[in-house]
Design a protein around this ligand. Sequence first.
Ligand code: FAD
Length: 328
Amino acid sequence: MDMTEYKDIVVYIETADKSPVKVGLEMLSPARKIAEKKGGKVRAVLIGDGIRTAAQKAAESGADEVILIESPEYEIFHLDRFANVMESVIKEVKPYAVFVGGTQDGKDLAPKLAARLKTGCASDVMDVKTEDGKTVYTCPLYGGTVLQDVVMETSVPQIAVLRSGAFKKSEETVKGTITEKNIPAADENIRLKIKDVVKEISETVNLEDAQVIVSGGRGMGSRENFELVKQLADLLGGVVGATRPAIEDGWISRVHQVGQSGKIVAPKLYIACGISGATQHVSGIMNSDYIVAINKDEDAPIFEVANIGIVGNAINVLPVMIEEIKKK
Ligand code: FAD
């Protein structure tokens, strides 16, 4: 297939509370990198209601063009409806690739689009690069133990689900244009009916956006000791993270879980206390700028990824850290 006429990158930017989600804006930087190689444009697509400010933000964050589809019908995410809109935009723009953020909704939308367009889809993409003129998507396998490079040789458009936190937001000052499109909600392909939308009242923890995370693992030993993790996080103005065993032991709620089946994080500072460094945990922290690990076992795998390792009992080390920081 001659793929040279397909040059643009379409980036679907999801909104939450009428603002672009973090991964939405992050995707614009790899999109720009690939679009420049192809001689194409970055076209962001926003679907919703009352999201003009979000579109403006996307236009100031590295998109050449923002395609804005607004209607009360799109106020909440409806998989089939949004897939219809995206399909119609994709058929018009004829992009080389479509990037979708790895959110709950994005992980539903991308494979649905790929199935409809009979094209390939790379999931949980951590890196995108060009090699020998081909776009290479790096994705984890076996819980992050192995990284595979995926190339979609004959597939157009290539669809990729990009992991939140894996890409830094673009510093570009490109001022993109906003094109409003009126795409009414079509009745075709609607297999899903939303009967009611219930807002979950739960503790919200913004681990994805946190600059500092202090996490505790099974090595903290008890709920009482886990309080030290919380104290340090508070002092540093950070957020508390946890491994799965710490959650299963009931020391903290599930929304704090970091890792493969929890949140993928990218803070400036990640402090791991009593955490062994299992791949399922480490795969969620690899985009941290600086990792400090406290573990009493000098052979713990966490030390392989840590910038600073403290071999010691966290129950003794943490109070000292807390006291020293209080003195500052
Ligand atoms: P452990 O592996 O038991 O390690 C405890 C560590 O604490 C040890 O290294 C020990 O030396 C140290 N220690 C003990 N006492 C002290 C002390 N006093 N001071 C200092 N150090 C001490 N896990 C996640 O975290 N997140 C996930 O998202 C996740 N998803 C998973 C998905 C799947 C499909 C599967 C199979 C597993 C998943 N897990 C996940 C579980 C994962 O495999 C590990 O079991 C888990 O990360 C280990 O947690 P831990 O480091 O707290 O405990």
